[in-house]
Design a protein around this ligand. Structure first.
Ligand code: BEZ
Ligand code: FE
Length: 300
């Protein structure tokens, strides 16, 4: 038996975990232990600090419900969700439209909206037309692609945050036509704060960060044979466009509304055209960094 030291304990743990039969689990847990131990040595973690962290993580877990995922929010504000997205994009067989976070406000059961219909049930706020084409990475249309979109209203709230989510608003699923075109009416969303009333919000406050996301519209686009695209379009005129609390913005996803676009399928309202490119499906495994919280609760 060897005496444990600050330097040797890591190898002892790795040696004991070497019996793990699943090779990916062995790799992931081995690396996690190495990095965690290096972190503790690096900052000379004290017992009090360790207990503070345990208590924080406990509160994060206790804040999770079928309607709220505080662990995903933690991953978001630490930039881990953004990093997992970037890693996922790097593995794609082809370079399609850049991904972005799914976020906590996606719902599986959004209503179908016909082409040209509106997702803004309450309709308050400046009108906006979203239109464009879904193609493959060579520019060939993807007929019948399903475009799911969701956003805040013009006051910066998702429907789920109003009256306990009593009414569905500002979300819908639109099917592209045979040439891959879609258009849908909405109102311009407003930027908003991430949920700040839980332990993650307290951390963000302590770090003197503003906690805001710039105005955006989420998209989840799929078609058989293509890699599901999870992304969002961000409005360049938002004051937080360069300081998103959850690191979802990237240059190719920044848009601006055009007051009067002669090419738009509906005239007389400002519009945003965006053409989405889907990569071919090459490997199994989804690209959703985020989830409907009730799915996370239900997962094994
Ligand atoms: C969102 O875009 O809906 C979102 C993403 C991460 C954290 C909070 C909100
Ligand atoms: Fe969002």
């Amino acid at each position: 038996m060897q005496d444990l030291t600050v330097e040797t304990v890591t190898d002892d743990v790795l040696a004991q975990m070497a019996t793990t039969t699943d090779p990916r689990l062995r790799e992931v847990m081995g690396s996690l232990v190495r990095h965690l131990h290096d972190f503790a040595r690096d900052v000379k973690l004290t017992p009090d600090e360790w207990l503070t962290a345990i208590s924080f993580l406990t509160r994060v877990g206790q804040t999770c419900t079928p309607a709220r995922q505080e662990f995903i929010l933690l991953s978001d504000v630490l930039g881990l969700s953004a990093l997992v997205n970037l890693l996922h994009d790097r593995e794609a067989a082809e370079l399609g439209t850049t991904s972005s976070l799914l976020g906590p406000f996606y719902r599986q059961d959004a209503p179908e909206v016909p082409l040209g219909g509106s997702i803004a049930v309450d309709g308050k706020g400046p009108e906006l037309l979203l239109w464009g084409r879904v193609t493959d990475t060579d520019g060939h249309p993807v007929p019948g692609a399903l475009v799911q979109l969701w956003q805040t209203n013009a006051e910066g709230w998702y429907d789920l945050q109003v009256d306990g989510g009593a009414a569905t608003d500002m979300r819908g699923n639109v099917r592209c036509d045979a040439e891959g075109w879609f258009h849908v009416r909405t109102v311009k969303p407003l930027g908003y704060s991430i949920p700040m009333d839980g332990p993650v919000g307290a951390l963000v406050h302590q770090q003197r960060r503003h906690g805001c996301r710039p105005a955006h519209i989420h998209f989840l686009i799929g078609a058989p044979g293509y890699r599901e695209l999870v992304t969002a379009l961000y409005f360049g005129d938002d004051p937080h466009i360069d300081s998103d609390t959850v690191f979802g913005v990237s240059g190719p996803l920044v848009v601006g509304a055009v007051a009067e676009d002669p090419a738009a399928p509906v005239r007389g309202i400002p519009s945003v055209r965006y053409d989405f490119q889907l990569a071919r499906e090459a490997a199994a495994g989804g690209g959703r960094v985020g989830a409907d919280p009730k799915q996370v609760m239900a997962a094994e």
